[in-house]
Ligand binder design. Sequence first.
Ligand code: AHM
Ligand code: MG
Length: 344
Amino acid sequence: MCAMKEIKTLGQFIIQNQAAFPFAKGELSRLLRDLAIAAKIVNREINKAGLAEILGELGTVNCHGECQKKLDIYANEQFIAALKSGGECCIVVSEENDEHVTIDSEISKHAKYIVAIDPLDGSSNIDVNVGIGTIFSIYRRTTFTGTASTEEILQMGTQQVAAGYIIYGSSTMLVYTTGKGVNGFTLDPSLGEFCLSHPDMKIPESGRIYSINEGNYIHFPLGVKKYIKYCHEEDIPTQRPYTSRYTGCMVADLHRNLIKGGIFIYPSTSAAPRGKLRLFYECNPMAFIMEQAGGKATDGVNRILELEVYHLHQTTPIFIGSRAMVEKTEEFMRLYDSSQTRTQ
Ligand code: AHM
Ligand code: MG
């Protein structure tokens, strides 16, 4: 008779670790509860997306010029609605909204938190049933008078009080940190609860997986090209050649690399000279999580979490994952791209 494994729900875990969140009084619990509720609703729609009229494109584009999928908008509406009704959030910054969304309802008038969100990461995978995710990042207001100013919203990544992602894959998981390590929770559909399944997640110091869209190879900086060739070389002591794994969804690629070890790179390309991925609601939250799991995240030179934030939707190149692998890319970038210029 196997011993019954103790089930610890996300709610129980947060309460037991309340001290880990300096601004306790249940605020984080309610914020994560609100995000988890929206995640369950989005998960339900994703699981029947092929049946419900929710696949395909809306015929609209977001402020990045990207075609919006029905599920992009549906997820965005669910997360914003959950944060509105929860009462802890006063500002939402979303990939799907050009401007920040101010929540000024009666229940939120004393709200202290700013939430940045990519409601559906990896949208190009929606219609083909490949992994997709949600990314969230939580900041605390620095003043509490009137509505939050732009300066108050555009805080540096090191100011995050919590960050996490949901991955809608073979199972649905919520992974988050409040700066005291990383913990993963798997949704048990029979309970409708996220249950602790991956306590204290740590990324291996090194790995054999590299994740990059090699279709952009000719436009990569020389340092990145040289690193890719390094991954291809035969060298037993460093377990090369490495394995290439790239799903088109940052959350899915980073989740796999967090568990198995590896590096994810989205560098500058000719189409995206400053990188494609957004600093505020993609790179900063994933960098916070990865550093808390013992990994590293840079733009090839600088720590992601210390990059100046000057626009809601600014982008950055990102090199993120196992520490030794990121540091190897830094060597190549120093050697070949000291000015981080892209080669011809
Ligand atoms: P999103 O705009 O739906 O949030 O997706 C951004 C995605 C990342 O998840 C992924 O890593 C990257 O864009 C893939 O880009 P590309 O198709 O250019 O390789
Ligand atoms: Mg995204």
